[in-house]
Design a protein around this ligand. Structure first.
Ligand SMILES: [Zn+2]
Ligand SMILES: [Zn+2]
Length: 93
């Protein structure tokens, strides 16, 4: 019976936390944490890692962000075609 997805606490891999509780747990766990400082992922605040560059290679939130950026760019690049103003419909004789 698993209604919830579990994630691993970045501060203690022994902690298996329901994802929806992760933000609150992290705040608590951070206070007791004595290891090297972890960097907070810009794309998901519950991602705390030592090596952000390595993390971004596998961060699905980052990938989604990049994808949506690429989508945005694609959409803005697709300018409306220049409409022929139909000047040859001028029927002046
Ligand atoms: Zn924890
Ligand atoms: Zn991340």
């Amino acid at each position: 019976m698993s209604y919830y997805e579990f994630g691993t606490c970045p501060y203690n891999p022994d902690h298996r936390i329901m994802l929806f509780r992760m933000p609150g747990h992290i705040v608590k766990c951070q206070k007791n944490y004595r290891g090297p400082p972890l960097q907070i992922c810009k794309y998901n605040a519950t991602h705390r890692v030592l090596d952000m560059e390595e993390h971004l290679k596998e961060c699905t939130y980052y990938r989604n962000f990049i994808d949506s950026q690429a989508m945005q760019i694609a959409l803005t690049m697709r300018k409306a075609p220049i409409l022929d103003d139909g000047s040859d419909t001028n029927t002046e004789l």
